[in-house]
Design a protein around this ligand. Structure first.
Ligand code: MBD
Ligand code: FE
Length: 310
C-alpha cells in the first residue's frame, strides 16, 4: 500500500518553509524551483516506494558523479540535453523561426578561447599518426548568400576519442580552433579523422547506463559553434556517415541533416596535390544560419564552460 503524505497541509507547509517561502530574502526564482524539486522528489519516493537505502544510494551517487565531473555527461546520456533541443525546436516553430542547419547538443567538452585563424587552419599538433582529414565548407544565410567573417568555432576528439584539456596528455587546444570565414563564406581545416567517444567504463555515468542496459558510445563527430553579426548563434555537430554508432548515439545528437559524408582518398597523386603522404579523408559540410530575431540571439547560451571568461 502506497502512503501519500506529500500532499497533506502539514508537509506542504514544511516544504514551503524549507524552500524559503516564509522569508523575504534570496531568489524567488530559485525558491520556486526548489519548492517544486522537494514536492516532486517526495512524490517519486511515495509513488515508487523508494526505500531509505535507495535514497541514500542516490545521494552517494550524486557525490561520486560530481567527484568525477560527469554531471554534464549524465544529462547528455539520459537524453535531457537532446530534450532541451526538442523543446527549443518546438518553441522556434511556434515563433515561426524555421530554416537553416538544425541545432544539436553541445555536449560537456567545449573549451573557450581556442586559437583564431583567418579562413583556414591546421587543428592537430602532429603528435598522432592519424588519417589526415581535410574539412571544408561554406557558411550561408537562409537565402543562400555566403556569410563572410562568421566565426566557426570547432572541436573534436583525437584517434582515441579523447578531447584536449579534459585529456591532459594532449597539447593545449589540440583539435580546437576558431576559423573566420573568408569573403566567400568558406572555412577550411586540416586535421585528423576523429574516433567516437566512449564514457569512462569505470565512471558513474557508465554505471547508470549499465543498469539501463545501454552502452555509452558516440559516433565519430565534429562539434561547431557558428556565429556572425545579424545571425542567430548555431550550436551543432557533424556526425560521420559509416560509423556503427551513427544512429545509436548514447547522447542522441545525430539528426537528419547533420550526417557528414567522409570520403577516403587513396590516389597518390591526390595526396601529393594536398601535400600529404598516403591515404587521407575529405569532409565537405556547409551551414545555413537563421537571421537573429534579436541581438541576444547572436550569442551562445551562458552555460558554464571550461576557461570561459567572466
Ligand atoms: C562527447 O564528445 C559528446 O559530444 C557528448 C555529447 C557527450 C560526451 C562526449
Ligand atoms: Fe563530442
Amino acid at each position: 500500500m502506497t502512503l501519500n503524505i506529500s500532499h497533506t497541509a502539514e508537509v506542504q507547509q514544511f516544504f514551503e518553509e524549507a524552500s524559503g517561502f516564509l522569508n523575504d530574502q534570496g531568489s524567488p526564482r530559485l525558491k520556486a524551483v526548489v519548492r517544486r524539486i522537494l514536492q516532486d522528489t517526495a512524490k517519486i519516493i511515495e509513488d515508487l516506494e523508494v526505500t531509505p537505502d535507495e535514497f541514500w544510494k542516490a545521494v552517494d551517487y550524486l557525490n561520486r558523479l560530481g567527484g568525477r565531473n560527469e554531471a554534464g555527461l549524465l544529462v547528455a546520456g539520459l537524453g535531457l540535453e537532446h530534450y532541451l533541443d526538442l523543446l527549443q525546436d518546438a518553441q522556434d516553430e511556434q515563433a515561426g523561426l524555421t530554416g537553416g542547419t538544425p541545432r544539436t547538443i553541445e555536449g560537456p567538452l567545449y573549451v573557450a578561447g581556442a586559437p583564431i585563424a583567418q579562413g583556414e587552419t591546421r587543428m592537430d599538433d602532429g603528435s598522432e599518426a592519424g588519417t589526415v582529414m581535410f574539412l571544408q565548407g561554406v557558411v550561408r544565410d537562409t537565402e543562400g548568400k555566403p556569410v563572410a567573417n562568421a566565426v566557426v568555432d570547432l572541436w573534436h576528439a583525437n584517434t582515441q576519442g579523447n578531447y584536449s584539456y579534459f585529456d591532459k596528455s594532449q597539447s593545449e587546444y589540440n583539435l580546437r580552433r576558431r576559423i573566420i570565414t573568408d569573403a566567400e563564406g568558406r572555412y577550411r581545416a586540416r586535421s585528423i579523422v576523429p574516433s567516437g567517444y566512449g564514457c569512462a567504463p569505470d565512471g558513474p555515468t557508465q554505471e547508470v547506463l549499465d543498469q539501463l542496459g545501454r552502452h555509452g558510445q558516440r559516433p565519430a563527430h565534429i562539434h561547431f559553434f557558428i556565429s556572425a553579426p545579424g545571425y542567430r548563434h548555431l550550436t551543432t555537430q557533424i556526425n560521420l556517415a559509416g560509423d556503427k554508432y551513427l544512429w545509436d548515439d548514447f547522447a542522441y545528437a545525430t539528426r537528419e541533416g547533420l550526417v557528414g559524408d567522409i570520403r577516403f582518398v587513396e590516389a597518390a597523386e591526390a595526396a601529393r596535390a594536398r601535400g600529404v603522404d598516403g591515404r587521407f579523408a575529405e569532409v565537405d559540410f556547409d551551414f545555413q544560419l537563421q537571421n537573429a530575431p534579436a541581438p541576444a540571439a547572436e550569442q551562445r547560451s551562458n552555460r558554464p564552460r571550461a576557461l570561459q571568461q567572466a
